[in-house]
Design a protein around this ligand. Structure first.
Ligand code: ZN
Length: 244
């Protein structure tokens, strides 16, 4: 059987979305996994999601929310009160050992010739956002492998570096061309923000170089009910239904 890689990230403690994605991965015949970070934050099941990702034993990079929850000296007064409340609540759900596991995650890894980073290879520890081709250019300066997968914006996108420059390609199923570099935003499993509320991840077949975006309907009402039952801000429940 050939290799089929699933790349997923920005899970954000949404167990309903994560379980739907992993069921689809099994159905699709996925042979290996890569995780672009932000396992926790925003939603109500950080411990369950962390446990699943750890058990998978796959390469994982650190997202900004993983970083906030795990940082020992982070000043939460810089956050808006709702965001600070969720970081604090998430810390209380996790054991010291689980927090330490998040703290030890790398900001970037290269695995079998593919790079993984949460935000951008341009100072990944500062978690800059890449929304356009100019911001992607600064990533490409640091990207050493032909393919780098990332997340952070929760909006799927493909950046292609050609001889003549960097181009933004709307997320779509495509075959990656040899001789070009790709910086691919895999979207968000647990809190999509591109107006489509379905859980999102990417499949990549390294033999055929085929890239496929998967968008899956999941039980949003269940995820919202967990947010409300946990007493997290109502806005976090509402946004799941609109994909923003
Ligand atoms: Zn995120």
């Amino acid at each position: 059987m050939g290799r089929l890689i699933a790349i997923l990230g920005d899970i954000h403690a949404n167990i309903d979305a994560l379980e739907t994605v992993l069921a689809d991965c099994r159905e699709q015949g996925v042979t290996e996994y890569l995780c672009t970070g932000d396992i926790v934050g925003y939603n109500a099941c950080p411990r369950e999601c962390l446990s699943i990702i750890r058990d998978m034993g796959c390469p994982v990079v650190k997202g900004n929310h993983d970083h906030y929850v795990a940082a020992e000296d982070l000043d939460l007064s810089d956050f808006n009160p709702a965001a600070a409340a969720v970081v604090q609540w998430t810390r209380e759900q996790l054991s010291g050992e689980e927090v330490q596991w998040l703290r030890d995650l790398p900001f970037a890894v290269t695995e079998k010739g593919v790079t993984l980073v949460h935000s951008t290879m341009d100072r990944p520890e500062t978690f800059g956002y890449v929304f356009d081709h100019r911001q992607a250019e600064t990533n490409f300066i640091r990207q050493k492998t032909p393919i780098c997968f990332h997340g952070h914006t929760h909006c799927p996108m493909i950046y292609e570096k050609q001889m003549t420059g960097v181009f933004r390609i709307d997320p779509q199923d495509m075959s990656l061309k040899p001789g070009r570099k790709y910086f691919i935003n895999v979207g968000s499993v647990g809190q999509p923000r591109d107006g489509d509320p379905r859980a999102t991840y990417v499949l990549y077949d390294p033999m055929s170089r085929r890239l496929v975006y998967r968008r899956l309907v999941y039980d949003i009402a269940a995820a919202q009910a967990r947010v409300r039952a946990a007493g997290l801000p109502e806005r976090l429940a509402v946004r799941l239904a609109v994909g923003q």
